[in-house]
Design a protein around this ligand. Sequence first.
Ligand SMILES: Nc1ncnc2c1ncn2[C@@H]1O[C@H](COP(=O)(O)OP(=O)(O)OP(=O)(O)O)[C@@H](O)[C@H]1O
Length: 515
Amino acid sequence: MGRMDVNLMRYLEGEHFRVLVSCEMGMKNHEVVPLALLAAISKIHRGGVSKICGDLCKHSLIALERGIKCDGYRLTVRGYDFLALRALCAREVVGSVGNQIGVGKESDVYVGGDVDLNDLVLKFHRLGRTSFRRIKEKRDYHQKRKNASWLYLSRLAAQKEFAFLSALAARNFPVPKAIDVCRHVVVMGLIDGITLYHVDSLHDVPALYHRLMSLIVKFASHGLIHGDFNEFNLMITKDEKVTVIDFPQMVSTDHPNAEYYFNRDVECIKTFFRKKFSYETDDFPSLEEVERKYNLDVELAASGFTKVMQKDLNKAYDEGNFNEHESDEDEEEEEEETSDMETIEEEEEDKDEEEMEDEKKRGEKSKKRLETCSRFDAWLEDASKQIEKIVIEEGEDVVEILKHQNTTVASVPEREYESDDGEAPLLVEGNDEEENEKTEKRKKKNKRSNQTVGTRSVMSVGSTIAPEEVKRRVAMELRRNKEKTKLRAKGKQSAVSRGRKSNKDTIGEYAGWDF
Ligand SMILES: Nc1ncnc2c1ncn2[C@@H]1O[C@H](COP(=O)(O)OP(=O)(O)OP(=O)(O)O)[C@@H](O)[C@H]1O
């Protein structure tokens, strides 16, 4: 467990974060975000985005993925951490990040400080760490969602934990103080203690046992069952006070298996006390005996995800304008949209006619959908205005350059025949050979002096190089050009062609093999 390297945040420019956020937005409906989409979202020129992406890749904030359908970038865990930390710093919630103090199955926990250097804890949820099947079986983070990314799940887990921390603290449950939540990071108060698992001796073992059992009962009287009430999720301070730090599997007492979960929590504590402190008693609660006084479960909808949170989450995603998480139907449609975007990149590849037709249909569908999206329209309008502006500006520049060139070229012939001393234009033709020779000499002299003055004749309409020499040089140039080997683009731009080439090579290599 080490320190989180946040130094890099100081050196990254605003545009880097803009691209990073664009990548995060793009990942809401793309497995990898193609460069073109990144440029469209960030509204930074493709070349600029490409350079920024290079920088971000270098610092492992994003990673280039060579997909089957197209190449693109994906946000890395580190990149997501940076985005969350930057936002928390901007809100002045977090002022510093220190050592890692805990590593759970699905989170990394760091100690940090606020702007006034008061201690706090930063819990980075990392749900992708464990298998999706397990999460799907055990928890309801997904609800109806079919395609859940680690970004989405981690964010959801953090939101859920924050909501629980806040609600439980309001009912005087011993939990860390909920400070803030951003993306997949929950900021909470630091508990100055150790987990029950690490406690070797206690002043009063029965007292702690009964405190823990009464806590299980308190949860139940509020309509909740912890579901994972064990020595790893309980922290004990020096004065043997208990704090519950983690409750990812909290369920309602109305859950069909509520009794099983309740008994499992009780059994966990009983077993631990028996094994660790050799303490055994017949005094333990049962769910039947618990009198339900409050409906915190209803408020939190503990077995699933609260409507309020879901609404907030949808809102957050809507801000990204991908309407990804509204319903299953939408998801299906947007999945199509995603593949449409990807097919734009694919068009170069050879395809069957059927496939092409399919894509066309899907393309039209996606086009229609995009047309109905007002935010996208607004963006398109804005982008086209910007393009127009650029075109006009560049057009004017080109006209200016042409104007300048025309005036220079037009003035040259006159100047060439002007003498320095203001004499009449010199004529090459003449009867007298001597006179002609003199005239030639004067002309050459004038030319030379004009060249040194510079402003008089920068350009020449006539060539001073012999035609044979010109021919020879042109021929040489042609030969050289022929000899030049074709420049091969390196990096992501040529990824597709390189992929094809290597495929061809592989096929060629295996062609003569018998299996
Ligand atoms: N508020 C806190 N104050 C002090 N330490 C904490 C706090 N929250 C978490 N920790 C430390 O971080 C460790 C991991 O935290 P936590 O149990 O919440 O993570 P987790 O990923 O949910 O773990 P798991 O799923 O494996 O139970 C804890 O064992 C504890 O040592």
